[in-house]
Design a protein around this ligand. Structure first.
Ligand SMILES: [Zn+2]
Ligand SMILES: [Zn+2]
Length: 168
């Protein structure tokens, strides 16, 4: 799974919209869900069809509204695990001349960097800002489809008879 570098998104179809809070815009925003047929690829060779998936996108910036900008947090946690591993190995391996300074760099620098990264990861909980932001967002109350201007059909989830989008 580690080798899967991403996914192709085939046959995009707009299926839903909602009022939202975008972590990239840091503001209330509207997002649109695009449903695509996703195929995972390894080095751009499509090999793993994973089916239809819905992807929410902020209409203002185009980013996934609930993903904080910058390095993805999961990558930082992987970085932390690698740092801890490198620090551990550098203490197990004997520091040998003439490059013993390199070992000591890892022995001291590794744990220090790990601690700093851990503090950063614990201090900035992304979920908090999202929860706070989303509190200020009122649910969408459109009665007209924003895409094709067809009056929406009322229901547990309002939908457009014209283009098939759902109001979330
Ligand atoms: Zn945005
Ligand atoms: Zn419509």
């Amino acid at each position: 799974m580690v080798l899967i570098h991403g996914a192709y998104h085939f046959w995009p179809k707009r299926v839903a919209f909602r009022n939202d809070y975008c972590l990239t815009c840091r503001a209330a925003s509207r997002s649109i869900a695009i449903r695509t047929f996703d195929v995972g690829h390894i080095f751009w060779i499509p090999i793993l069809p994973v089916g239809f998936w819905k992807h929410w996108r902020c209409v203002r910036c185009g980013a996934e509204p609930h993903t904080a900008p910058g390095t993805r947090r999961s990558f930082k946690w992987i970085g932390l695990a690698i740092l801890i591993m490198v620090s551990g190995v550098s203490w197990v391996e004997p520091a040998e001349a003439p490059d013993e300074w390199v070992s000591w760099l890892f022995r001291i620098g590794g744990p220090v960097a790990s601690l700093l990264l851990l503090r950063h990861l614990l201090r900035a909980p992304k979920e908090l800002s999202l929860r706070q932001g989303i509190k200020s967002v009122l649910p969408a109350d459109d009665t007209m489809c924003p895409f094709c201007k067809t009056p929406l059909l009322a229901g547990p989830r309002w939908s457009c008879p014209g283009c098939g989008v759902h109001r979330y």
